[in-house]
Design a protein around this ligand. Structure first.
Ligand code: F6R
Length: 243
């Protein structure tokens, strides 16, 4: 694992965006795996900036997202599709038909998940997967205890994730209780993985995930077994790491 220490959120965002930019420049038709949540917002701003300056061209890039809430339409402001459109897609020259987010409106969970998995295979796999880290060590919506061998599937969200995500909703009762998510197996098949983490609140889980034992109780710990993982974390997030 390559651990890169950043000064703060801004520095983390810039360093991670540089890694993604290098991927796009080296392979203009690359497949990027993307994440939602608070952590990547600054990265997406940097990528938009790179596009506006003429340094980045997304016209041949395809994107696949990690996850989506079950039951939310693309037009729902809480959906991950909407988040991606507002924070990245609509600001750069990505083709709309080259952006793939699991279809939360498909009531048939098996079909929705199989389709997402098929999309990834038909694109030739993910070149670079961006990941945030959940407070409980989740990646995507793979919660503690999740089987390492799963592909895209439907999950019940844990109480702690519903509570953490309620900050984006007007009340906790509005937070969907299920989501479609790439599984750990899908994530581990990406050729490169980039994990971004910031803030003191994540310091303990960072230490457990990347320096502790590999265990399904800390889903992100499996990343220690991947041959090409880069973690970009700020000083606060690394404050409990033995480094
Ligand atoms: C988002 C996702 C989640 C988040 C994680 C961290 O698509 O799959 O695993 O990456 O919950 O979220 P933030 O960045 O909001 O702390």
């Amino acid at each position: 694992m390559n651990i890169i220490k950043a000064k703060d959120y801004q520095d983390m965002s810039r360093k991670a965006a540089n890694i993604i930019s290098a991927q796009i420049i080296m392979k203009p038709d690359c497949v990027l795996g993307l994440a939602t949540g608070s952590t990547p917002v600054g990265i997406y701003r940097q990528l938009i900036d790179g596009y506006q300056k003429g340094d980045l061209d997304f016209s041949k890039v395809a994107t696949v997202n990690l996850d989506e809430y079950r039951g939310l339409k693309h037009t729902d402001p809480q959906s991950y599709y909407y988040f991606m459109r507002e924070n990245l897609f609509k600001h750069v020259n990505l083709r709309e038909d080259a952006t793939f987010v699991p279809d939360g409106t498909n009531e048939d969970a098996g079909e929705a998940c199989a389709k997402h998995e098929e999309t990834i295979h038909s694109l030739g796999g993910i070149d670079l997967q961006l990941l945030g880290l959940g407070n409980n060590g989740h990646i995507g919506f793979n919660e503690p205890g999740a089987a390492f061998e799963k592909e895209t599937h439907c999950v019940d969200l844990t109480k702690s994730t519903i509570e953490a995500n309620s900050r984006f909703f007007t009340s906790i009762d509005e937070v969907p209780t299920q989501a479609y998510t790439m599984g750990i197996r899908t994530i581990m098949q990406a050729r490169k993985i980039l994990v971004v983490v910031n803030g003191e609140g994540k310091a303990e889980i960072v230490a457990r995930a990347f320096w502790g034992p590999v265990t399904p109780e800390v889903p992100a710990s499996i990343l220690q077994m991947h041959p090409d993982v880069t973690v970009v974390a700020d000083e606060a997030a690394l404050s409990k790491a033995p480094m």
